[in-house]
Design a protein around this ligand. Sequence first.
Ligand code: PLP
Length: 375
Amino acid sequence: MAVSAARIDLAAIRSNVAALKQHVGDPAVMAVVKADGYGHGMVESARAALAGGATWLGVAMADEALALRAAGIDAPALAWLLGPSDDWSAVIAAQVDVGIYAGWALEKAVAAAGAADRPSRVHLKVDSGLGRGGVQPAAWHDLVEAAAKAQADGSVEVVGIWSHLAYADNPGHPTIEAQRHTFEDALDVAARAGLKPSVRHLANSAATLRLPQTHYDLVRPGVAVYGLSPGSEVGDARDLGLTPAMSLTSRVALTKRVPAGHGVSYGHRYTTRREATLALVPLGYADGVPRHLTNLGDVSINGRRYRISGTVCMDQFVVDVGDDAVAAGDDVVLFGNGASGVPTAEDWAAAIGTINYEIVSRVGARVPRIYEGAP
Ligand SMILES: *Cc1c(COP(=O)(O)O)cnc(C)c1O
């Protein structure tokens, strides 16, 4: 068995999705499984999310959508970030819906319908204010007219109209209502052009949890599926009924006694104050332990919390465990669900000024995923 692993609690993913579904009521839940399921494994996470009550899957890239289908997952799925050089026909042939976030993308979808010999199922995206993907309101009417014409020709089916929020994690922010109004206007324009999308969608995790006025027909939670809070203003994961699904674990590779005043790791950014035992943990920044955690991040060894001592290297880091009885082979939990005091991805993120999303999604390909809690 591998020394280090990301242990993925599939029961937690199922129960997180069930909690989100219960929270929203009627709207459908699209579990977002892009970026290898935020590092948790895309296919396994998708299956667990479907078992928990999600009825849609969301991904960014064409290859992600095709990998879901190759694994035999045939649930409705949306891929929202196909580029000009992607194989649109392959995605349409795989019965995956595509996000249309620019005029050229509609042309790609129309052409793909011809090649795949079926209408392309599309979700038209308006930029309601995020300033990222989506068509500006000024260009929306033209996109809608072109989509209505393509639908009349039988080359596309407009399944969805959607947008994305800039400040969902800041529930009182005025841009939320402004974006919602722009979205409503976009829906009106589409209705006047005769479009009747079956799913209108706007809500990410934060909006799913805190902004019911943004739920419409479908919500798109990502990070909450994996049991993480989308932001401190949204709430604590536990209070939100979420259980973090990933634990990053390892085993001590080596321990040794060193004298007081011994420099530790590159640049000697840590020096022992007393004679001490140093424990070496065989995971580093190539595995997703941020180098910024140098002297800032905590890990748990044998159930006790310690600070990382000195520079995090590519493959390893060191922990000064003082006079504690730590030996090679002992258990290390780098982060986990917070039970019994182990650090969380949230703790790591807070220590270095980033978000928990980045901590879990950057766990490296070298770290095997071990799945627990399968039904
Ligand atoms: C990633 C993403 C989501 C999920 O966001 P979370 O904050 O993880 O819930 C939803 N919609 C779009 C368009 C996304 O890119």
